[in-house]
Structure formats: structure tokens, C-alpha cells
Design a protein. Structure first.
Lengths: 366, 352
């Protein structure tokens, strides 16, 4: 039986606890939050025997095998280190840490302690993401990726956005990248997965949308455009983060020399674009859309089939990630998210925030 | 008003949390109409307080608008300083996570109660709860749902974050009353309606699946018009001798779901609706819940037997306790209240 624990009993902890409750051979043995009421309510709802307000006390008394850290990111490094030092494997909610330096240190500590860490990039384990990974590994692109486009929407009117806008002292505002810092690891990690260069060139422009400016939140950057290039100029990527684009599109496009892939997390589809589908004749305007339509229909059928097999949960990616992580902690597989990818994501984010918070001119008017 | 009042001076500060909201604003107005001139209006920084500023200008009253976060003990201390009566209307609404709703309803209430007790002047803490806390799963259709009915147990059973948090909030308030001597009153309004909130309540029907499904049928809807509800809140804060009591707030002359829907279509916007018999909605909710369990939550159990009981089983309601103990009367009768509501919905763009 794996003994699991949670530090941080806020909104995201519910999702972790619900998932942990479904895992075979896993028991939540303790939950911890500095606010005792929060720890108590989670413990009561998930029938957890012990709740704590002090992480040291919890680790000492219940000695968990795995700890899920669902606190604000400012505490991820210290709490993650503490858990690793006491011999627990650590599942950190995103972002992994505040800085790349912290990320590298934490992974280094995990290696030294022979423990495992991972981060809640759950979209990396959606059906469509895993299918994309398999296709790339099988050589579908016809060579190494040439370019990527990662587009991530953010709903300021959603509860998360409202919580941020409603509180000038919200912890998200204290992060170096504020709103961006808390969410862009999702689209950045998609680029990091296929970016071979551990130190790519990053050029970022960030600004506040007119919508937020009018609301008096000029300090919050909610529009971001980034170009990322490998230093040898063989692979590039665009990153778009927007709170204003409608409809919200969470997409990732991966372009290869022969074929390309279009992944849509909203629709939960993966479209294969093949060179063979594109005709050079005038007929291309009539035939190609039908070919595309068939691909979308095939995706719809696949989704329905997964639904009927009870394999299409809204939190499917998180389920897969957590299960793979637990298997990995038992030596039954590799770490679900490669450490290289976690560190590269953190490095790219560091550079983005340095640029948008610094004096980088962000382009010249002509 | 025949009831004896608490010794609260007209110039003493009275605190209203959630003052920028739908019911909060009307509560402030009713307090002013009762002659209380020093109202401390607590609102979230993100809340539009233009209407409160206008009220302040129009009335010349001492409306002290305090913007802050009830998760901050300092902000709570600022809000509760020297206050004899706290009207606590602020709540975490529209939140899907139970932890989040708990944080924004229970932890905030704890902070506010601590601050109010520490201020040393507290005579009354009015906690605004909801009908959603009640469990009627063991009650027969049509039976009386009043203040003696139990709360849902376990509190998360309905699967609604708001209901869960409200139950936990009520429990904490009662605990503070028992252990720390908090002089509280709990008010549980039914369905609050009026200008400011448009649309048709889920107890009448839903359009989740496209067409509007009329589910309420002949059930009485526990409506309370916003001004009537605000009046009940004001009186609950001022009336002596009701510490530790719970009051339901519903108006007189409650319409059935069918009557209300017909009036809405006639006065706001015509649309097609499809009646779902009670047995049909019951079976649907049961099946949905079973599927959710069987599929390990592939579809969340948003429709379940507990929700069906709460929203669609149908009960009768009473406001006798509120009338007898607090001296409340619904001054705006249903005919006038519904006319104002429909006018607003029509102007604001009627929607189902």
C-alpha cells in the first residue's frame, strides 16, 4: 500500500484527492494546510485520518511514500526539498518551481536521494498528446520538427481569473511573471518536449490587454507572444498566450518536413496533415476539405468510442500522469515527464519573464 | 414593528459584507430607509461599487465603502471595528471546487466572526445562508420544509460546492455561538429574485441540453423578492431576543413552477418548453448518478437523487416563524414583485 499525502488543501487539491482515491493500493494518510480549517475539510471529505498545519509534523508522523504539493508555487522548492529529504517522492502542481535554478536544484536533489519528482503538466497525457508523441517517435513528420505553434487561451472571467482580479494581494501577483507565471508552463512544456536545444533563443513581447487596462489592472500582463529558436536555427516555435482571443483555442501545431500535426485540446482532436493529401492541381480546393472532414469525423468517432469505453474523463490527462508517476515510483517505468523537459520549460519561462519585466523594447514601430 | 429592538444607535456603524451584490445593495437601502445612517459597506476590490457611490451621493448618508478581502484578518478587523451589527452576505458563489467554496465562505466567515467578537461591541451577527443547506431526501413530496428540517449530511452529498460551503458555514456559526457566545441569527432565503438577476431558476427548469425542460410542474417555488428578503435581513439584525435562531425567508402567495413559467413567457419572451413529468426527472437523475458512479466520474454527478429532491421533488414552505418572531411582512406582494422582475428581464434581454 502506497501512503500518500497532500500539502496545500485549496481548490486544486480536490482534484488530486479525487484521483488518489481511485488509485489501487494507495491510501491518503495525511493532509496539511497552514489554515487548519482547510486541512480539516479536505480530511473530512476524503476520510483521511490525520490533518496537519505543519508539513514537518505530517512528514514525521505519517511518513508518506508520495507527497502531492498543491500550494502556491513560491513554496514549491522549499516544500519539495523537505519532502525529498524525508524520503518521499514528490508530485508538484505546475509551475514546478518559481525559477529554473530551483527546478535544477530540486531535480538534482531527487536524483541524489533516489526519489522521483514530477509536475502537473496534465495536458501532456491527454489522448491526443500521447497519440502525437507516438506518431513523432514513429517518424510521422518525415524528419526532425521544423516549427511549432503553441496557442493557449485564458479566461479572465473564469473563477481562477476572477480570484486573481478580485484580490490585489493574490499570490499570483507576487510571482515574477504574475498571471503568466501560473499558467504558461502548459503551452511552454509542449514546445519544450520537441525542442532539442537545452538553451534556445527566446524573444518575448508581453502587454496588458485593453480589457484589463480599463479595469485598472495595468500591472498584469495577459497577452504574450514569444519566438523560440534553437541556437543552430533548425527548429523554431511561436507561443501565443491570450485572454482576449475568441473562441478560446488551446492548440499545438507541429510542422515536419513531410507531414504535420494539429492538436486541439479543446476539441480533443489530433489531425494528421500529410503531404500526400495535398494535390498540386486545382482539384485540391475540392478534395482536400473532404479529406480533412473525414479526419475530423474519425476523431469524433474515436472520442465517442473512448467515451463508451469509460475512457474519456475530463481529467484524463491528469489521471494518466498520476498513474504513471505512481508506477514510476515503484520502479515500473520512467519518470512520466522527462527532467530535461521540466528544466527547459523553466528556463524558457525565466527568460520570458526577464524580458517582459525588463527593458526589452519589444519591437520598433516603423 | 412591535418587536423589541437591540440597543443600536442610528448613527452607529453597521457592517454589510457583500454590500455591492444583488441582495447586499438592497440591504443597505433598507437600512437607510429604517433610519440607520452609518453603514459600512464591505465589497471585494473587483466589485463594481458605482451604484453604492451613487447611493451615497443621492442620500447623503454616511456610507463608508471598504474594499477588501475577508480572507485577510486585517481587512476583517478594519471592517468589524466598533460595529454592533454585522450583516454577513458575502459568499463564494459560482465556484466549482468544494475547497474553493469552503475557503471563500467558511474561512472568510471565521475571520469575520473573530474580528467581530474582538471588536467588543457586537450585539448581532446575521449569517445569510440558503435553502440549499436543507435535506429533504427523506421527506414526502409536498410536505412542509421549515426551520426544523435537518441539513444535508454528509454536506457534500448534493455535489454542489455552494451548498456544501453553506452547510459548513452554518455549522461553524452555530459552533461559535455555542463555544464563544457569538450572538448570531441565521437567515435562509429561498430563491431570491428581482431586478438585478435575470433568467429562470433551476427549480423551474433547465436548458442544459438545448431546449428548455420544464421540470418543476406543480411544485411551489420558494421565492422571495429581493426587497422583501432585504427587509428580513435588516430586521434579523435589529430584533432583540432571537439569538441563536434560524429563519427561512419566503414570500406569501408562492406561485407554482408552471404558473411562474407561463408568466415569464408572457411577460418577458415567448419560447418553447417541454414538460418533464416528475417520474421522468427522477429516473433521469438516478440514472445519471449511477452512470457517474459506474464510469468513475466520466460524467460528473451534477444530476443526482439529492439534487432532484432539493430542486424538483416539491415541498411546501412557511414564513410563520419569521413573521411571528421578527415581525417581518413581505411588503412587496407577488404581483408587483413579479411585474418588476419581468420588466427588468425584458429590458435586460430575456433569457431562459
Amino acid at each position: 500500500m502506497i501512503k500518500a499525502a497532500i500539502i496545500g488543501c485549496g481548490k486544486i487539491a480536490d482534484e488530486h484527492a479525487s484521483l488518489m482515491a481511485t488509485l489501487p493500493d494507495c491510501a491518503i494518510v495525511g493532509v496539511c494546510d497552514r489554515e487548519e480549517l482547510m486541512a480539516k475539510q479536505l480530511a473530512e471529505r476524503y476520510r483521511v485520518g490525520r490533518h496537519f498545519v505543519d508539513a514537518h509534523a505530517m512528514l514525521e508522523e505519517v511518513q508518506p511514500d508520495v507527497v502531492h504539493i498543491t500550494t502556491p508555487p513560491q513554496s514549491h522548492f522549499s516544500l519539495g526539498s523537505l519532502c525529498l529529504e524525508t524520503g518521499a517522492h514528490v508530485f508538484l502542481e505546475k509551475p514546478f518551481t518559481v525559477t529554473a535554478q530551483e527546478a535544477e536544484s530540486l531535480i538534482d536533489l531527487a536524483r541524489r536521494k533516489d526519489r522521483m519528482v514530477t509536475v502537473g503538466h496534465n495536458n501532456q497525457f491527454s489522448h491526443e498528446s500521447m497519440e502525437m508523441r507516438e506518431l513523432v517517435e514513429a517518424g510521422f513528420l518525415g524528419g526532425p520538427p521544423i516549427h511549432m505553434e503553441s496557442c493557449f487561451p485564458y479566461g479572465l472571467k473564469d473563477p481562477y481569473g476572477q480570484a486573481l482580479l478580485g484580490d490585489r494581494n493574490h499570490w499570483v501577483r507576487a510571482l515574477p511573471g504574475k498571471l503568466l507565471h501560473n499558467v504558461i508552463s502548459h503551452p511552454v512544456s509542449k514546445i519544450a518536449e520537441f525542442m532539442p536545444d537545452p538553451s534556445p533563443i527566446v524573444t518575448a513581447v508581453g502587454y496588458t490587454s485593453p480589457y484589463l487596462r480599463e479595469m485598472g489592472h495595468g500591472d498584469v500582463v495577459d497577452e504574450l507572444r514569444v519566438i523560440i529558436q534553437s541556437t543552430d536555427r533548425t527548429v523554431s516555435a511561436y507561443l501565443t498566450f491570450s485572454s482576449q482571443i475568441g473562441p478560446p483555442m488551446f492548440q499545438f501545431r507541429l510542422y515536419g518536413p513531410e507531414n504535420s500535426l494539429v492538436l486541439d485540446h479543446n476539441q480533443r482532436t489530433l489531425i494528421q496533415l500529410r503531404k500526400a493529401d495535398a494535390r498540386t492541381s486545382y482539384l485540391n480546393h475540392f478534395i482536400a476539405p473532404r479529406v480533412h472532414a473525414r479526419k475530423y469525423l474519425a476523431n469524433a468517432s474515436r472520442n465517442i468510442s473512448r467515451f463508451l469505453r469509460r475512457d474519456f474523463h475530463m481529467d484524463y490527462g491528469r489521471r494518466q500522469l498520476v498513474r504513471r508517476f505512481y508506477r514510476a515510483t515503484q520502479g515500473k517505468g520512467p519518470e512520466p515527464i522527462p527532467y530535461r523537459e521540466i528544466i527547459l520549460t523553466a528556463r524558457i519561462m525565466d527568460t520570458i519573464f526577464e524580458q517582459i519585466n525588463g527593458t526589452y523594447p519589444g519591437g520598433t514601430p516603423i | 414593528m412591535d418587536q423589541k429592538l437591540l440597543p443600536v444607535g442610528r448613527e452607529e456603524p453597521l457592517l454589510v459584507t457583500g454590500a455591492g451584490g444583488f441582495i447586499g445593495t438592497r440591504t443597505v437601502v433598507r437600512l437607510l430607509e429604517h433610519g440607520y445612517r452609518n453603514i459600512r459597506c464591505f465589497a471585494r476590490p473587483s466589485r463594481d461599487i458605482g451604484h453604492l457611490m451613487k447611493l451615497k451621493r443621492d442620500t447623503g448618508a454616511n456610507l463608508e465603502i471598504v474594499q477588501g478581502n475577508l480572507l485577510s484578518p486585517q481587512d476583517c478587523g478594519r471592517a468589524a471595528e466598533g460595529v454592533p451589527v454585522v450583516y454577513h452576505l458575502a459568499a463564494g458563489k459560482g465556484l466549482k471546487s468544494m475547497s474553493d467554496a469552503y475557503l471563500n465562505s467558511v474561512v472568510t466567515t471565521r475571520n469575520l466572526m473573530e474580528a467581530a467578537l474582538a471588536s467588543g461591541r457586537l450585539l448581532r451577527f446575521v449569517n445569510i445562508s440558503s435553502f440549499s443547506v436543507y435535506s429533504n431526501i427523506r421527506m414526502k413530496p409536498g410536505s412542509l420544509l421549515d426551520e426544523s428540517c435537518p441539513m444535508e449530511d454528509p454536506p457534500e452529498r448534493k455535489g454542489e460546492a455552494y451548498a456544501y460551503a453553506k452547510i459548513m458555514q452554518d455549522k461553524l456559526v452555530i459552533e461559535y455561538g455555542e463555544k464563544k457566545g457569538l450572538p448570531y441569527v441565521i437567515l435562509r432565503p429561498g430563491v431570491v429574485y428581482g431586478p438585478g438577476v435575470k433568467g429562470i431558476h433551476g427549480r423551474i427548469g433547465i436548458d442544459t441540453f438545448g431546449p428548455f425542460l420544464h421540470i418543476g410542474g406543480s411544485n411551489r417555488i420558494p421565492l422571495t423578492y429581493v426587497d422583501n428578503c432585504a427587509e428580513a435581513i435588516v430586521l434579523a439584525g435589529l430584533t432583540d431576543g432571537i439569538d441563536g435562531e434560524v429563519f427561512n425567508v419566503v414570500d406569501d402567495d408562492l406561485p407554482t413552477s408552471r404558473q411562474f413559467l407561463r408568466m415569464y413567457k408572457k411577460n418577458v419572451a415567448p419560447f418553447r418548453s417541454y414538460y418533464v413529468p416528475k417520474a421522468g426527472s427522477r429516473i433521469f437523475c438516478d440514472l445519471w448518478e449511477r452512470y457517474s458512479d459506474w464510469s468513475d466520474g466520466q460524467l460528473p454527478a451534477v444530476f443526482n437523487s439529492t439534487r432532484w429532491s432539493c430542486d424538483w421533488k416539491g415541498n411546501s414552505y412557511s414564513n410563520m416563524k419569521l413573521k411571528m418572531r421578527v415581525g417581518w411582512r413581505p411588503h412587496v406582494p407577488f404581483g408587483e414583485a413579479s411585474a418588476r422582475f419581468f420588466d427588468y428581464c425584458r429590458t435586460a434581454g430575456g433569457e431562459k
